[in-house]
Design a protein around this ligand. Structure first.
Ligand code: AMP
Ligand code: GLY
Length: 429
């Protein structure tokens, strides 16, 4: 099979690496890919994965490429092309593609849509209101004593969520989003949730329109600095499994969330085929959903796919053709830890083009895989080209061993200004 993967981050490198192991794959392209993706080879015939200079949001360009190359299957990594309707577009031209369609992508592209859906179908979530005007929004914040989270409805590069500790802060947040239009049209409507205390975990489930299959647990580290300090980022590191939810509790959460989710989709005529990634807060009164993402997490994918024992292509194909119910997800009992190495200054301004040294030494370590995110090849040298640069991922017999192995690999790698957290998975030990 000839495969096209869309995206360029660490998640996409993990997807490409895992899909390249499938005996069904004879040729693979990645648009636009990165320097690490370009080094991957297919298990079937050792041919190289080819990076194609097309942006993930260039829908007409991607369609023309897939048609021209007669790609048999396309896999979409990031949220933007999904929200833009790439799945609908490819399908309308008779192409097979994995990812949610535009209607289903609303679970991520509209927080108002998600919040209303959760309330309608009894999915446990924060007490919340949705608003299109600042006055009533502020009045609702007051009913929560100002301790709330104000969220712009639309996609805002992960920045549209403001956590408030007082009514004054909440009013400022509402004004910023709704009056000052800090996130443009994405902030025309807002969701305001009560502030929930607890431990946050990431869940992933593959869905085929009827059946949802849950992955083991994982946990991300969203803040830039050790001890969960500093600015919110796309994610500075992950590990799986997390001890904060045992197997029985995971089954229980899956029942409370995935059953009503799939039922609600069927009732609303939403054909959800792809990945569902609920962000969950484990509170004293049980698990509550903070948000839905409609794609694989980054860097959750890096720890999940290093543990996955299935042929990923078979699972993704089963999502598309509605046969997921007949497959069983299989996971390594080993633990996985991913430490993100970022450019100095991320998530603010950072330099690009810094040479990355030590990748060969790290590649020699067993049970270790260095996934590339913001990297590029310049004059034969791999250099930094983004905020999150690498996802250094290792397996171990338990989290302690996996963590030690991941940091041993990090110690081999150097680039000017490299910034990473020293405490990934530490809370689990
Ligand atoms: P979201 O994009 O909705 O997941 O929000 C981004 C981050 O804000 C989450 O990962 C949480 O850490 C935090 N957050 C969101 N909603 C809440 C809430 N209701 N209570 C506490 N923290 C929240
Ligand atoms: N790890 C956070 C995200 O993918 O949204």
């Amino acid at each position: 099979m000839k495969l096209l993967v869309i995206g360029s981050g660490g998640r996409e490198h993990a997807l490409v690496w895992k899909l390249a192991q499938s005996p069904h794959v004879t040729q693979m392209w990645c648009a636009p890919g990165n320097a690490g993706i370009a080094q991957e080879r297919l298990a079937k015939n050792s041919s190289a994965v080819e990076c194609v200079n097309l942006g993930a949001e260039d829908l007409p360009g991607l369609l023309a490429f897939a048609q021209g190359k007669k790609a048999d299957f396309t896999v979409v990594g990031p949220d933007n092309p999904l929200a833009l309707g790439i799945v609908d577009l490819f399908q309308s031209h008779g192409l097979r593609i994995w990812g949610v369609n535009r209607q289903a992508a609303q679970f991520e592209s509209s927080k108002v849509f998600s919040q209303k859906f959760m309330e309608k179908y009894g999915i446990p979530t924060a007490a919340a209101g949705t608003f299109s005007e600042a006055g009533p929004a502020k009045a609702f914040c007051a009913t929560l004593g100002g301790k709330c989270v104000v969220k712009a409805d639309g996609l805002a590069l992960g920045k549209g969520v403001l956590i408030c500790a007082s009514q004054a802060e909440a009013e400022k947040a509402v004004d910023e989003i709704m009056v000052g239009k800090a996130f443009g049209a994405a902030g025309a409507n807002v969701v305001i949730q009560e502030f929930l205390e607890g431990t946050e975990v990431s869940l992933h489930a593959l869905c085929d329109g009827k059946t949802a299959k849950i992955f083991p647990t994982s946990q991300d580290h969203k803040r830039a600095l050790d001890g969960d300090l500093g600015l919110n980022t796309g994610g500075m590191g992950t590990y799986s499994p997390t001890p904060f939810l045992n197997d029985a509790q995971l089954v229980d959460v899956a029942k409370k969330v995935l059953d009503p989710f799939m039922r609600g989709c069927v009732a609303e005529g939403i054909d959800y085929r792809g990945l569902l990634y609920p962000g969950v807060m484990l509170t004293r009164s049980g698990p509550k959903i903070l948000e839905f993402n409609a794609r694989f997490g980054d860097p959750e994918t890096q720890v999940y796919l290093t543990r996955m024992e299935n042929d990923l292509l078979e699972l993704l194909a089963a999502c598309v053709c509605g046969s997921l119910g007949s497959l069983e997800l299989k996971w390594s009992p080993l633990a996985s830890v991913c430490v993100v190495m970022a450019s100095g200054g991320y998530p603010g301004n950072y330099a690009k083009g810094r040479p990355i040294l030590g990748l060969d030494a790290a590649a020699k370590l067993s049970h270790t895989k260095v996934f590339h995110a913001g990297t590029a090849l310049k004059d034969g040298q791999i250099v930094t080209s983004g905020g999150r640069v690498l996802g250094v991922t290792a397996l171990g017999r338990d989290l302690k061993a996996a963590r030690a192995a991941a940091y041993a690999a990090v110690d081999e790698i150097r680039f000017d200004g490299a910034q990473y957290r020293r405490d990934i998975a530490a809370k689990a030990l």
